[in-house]
Design a protein around this ligand. Structure first.
Ligand code: 5RP
Length: 262
């Protein structure tokens, strides 16, 4: 990536930069997936190189693992880490209770496992991800390839009795072929428009044979760092009940802003 950053990229960057303050020496840190999480990995890589920060990163996808290694972060598996101090990840939507829709990048399964195995999960997002009610962003669910069309039909039928506004679903594609997750599964995107009872929907979906996991993160996120295009960041902590706003100095350093592909 080169040249002027767009306001949305600036927003993602300042959110990631502020969230990097949560990371302390010696921590085992879950590294999310997506364009906002990629900024975080870059920021942490800078701190590892320039400030001697010592952390072990647990990536939530093969592409995050590649980026983390590239920027000099020591990468270990979840089983090596066993438990994490902190996970920082992006989101597709978050509401006032910090419940989330995730999986736009197709990594929801590892993301949920890693976040759930962490003392704290911090979400980083541009302000456009905030919603009053979840569901405008299509809800991703990971399904096993075996009989996926039967699973899809069952999911759509089940949605009839759920508090949602739509029930169409689409198989996520990667060009002309189905998208394949890191676990070898497919993703169905559920076009629900509005999810009235996210907790109930999450439980019902996860009881269905063929569904591996869904992208609703309920009561998992502890804090959200919201970035704005003008460099402002707002930190909302659901446990402390605090909201803090500040403005970050924004310098487009060459190290961070070149060759960012995610
Ligand atoms: C990947 C995710 C991402 O965190 C989510 O899609 C947000 O991505 P981005 O930061 O690129 O907007 O859940 O599975």
């Amino acid at each position: 990536m080169s040249g002027e950053l767009s306001p949305i990229d600036k927003a993602k960057f300042v959110a990631a930069k502020r969230a990097a303050d949560y990371v302390e020496d010696g921590m085992r840190v879950g590294l999310g997936t997506g364009s906002t999480a990629a900024w975080l990995v870059r920021c942490l890589g800078e701190q590892v190189k320039n400030d001697g920060l010592k952390i072990r990163g647990i990536p939530t996808s093969t592409r995050t693992a590649e980026l983390a290694r590239e920027v000099g972060i020591e990468v270990i598996s979840l089983d090596e880490a066993k438990w994490l101090d902190l996970t920082i990840d992006g989101a597709d939507e978050f509401d006032g209770d910090l419940n989330l829709i995730k999986g736009g990048g197709g990594a929801l399964l590892q993301e949920k496992i890693v976040a759930t195995a962490s003392d704290q999960m911090v979400v980083i997002a541009d302000v456009g991800k905030e919603v009053e009610t979840l569901g405008a962003f299509p809800l991703p669910i990971e399904v096993i390839p075996f009989g996926w069309q039967t699973t899809q039909a069952l999911v759509e039928e089940t949605l009839v009795s759920m508090d949602v506004l739509g029930r169409q679903s689409t198989l996520r594609m990667n060009g002309a072929v189905p998208f394949i997750t890191d676990e070898g599964n497919h993703i169905l995107d559920l076009h629900l428009n509005r999810i009235g009872n996210a907790r109930q929907l999450s439980m019902v979906l996860n009881q269905m044979p063929g569904v591996v996991e869904n992208g609703l993160f309920i009561d998992i996120c502890d804090a959200v760092v919201i970035g704005y295009g003008d460099g402002r960041v707002e930190v909302r902590d659901i446990n402390e009940g605090t909201v803090e706003t500040e403005r970050l100095d924004f310098v487009e350093s060459d190290n961070l802003f070149t060759d960012l592909t995610d």
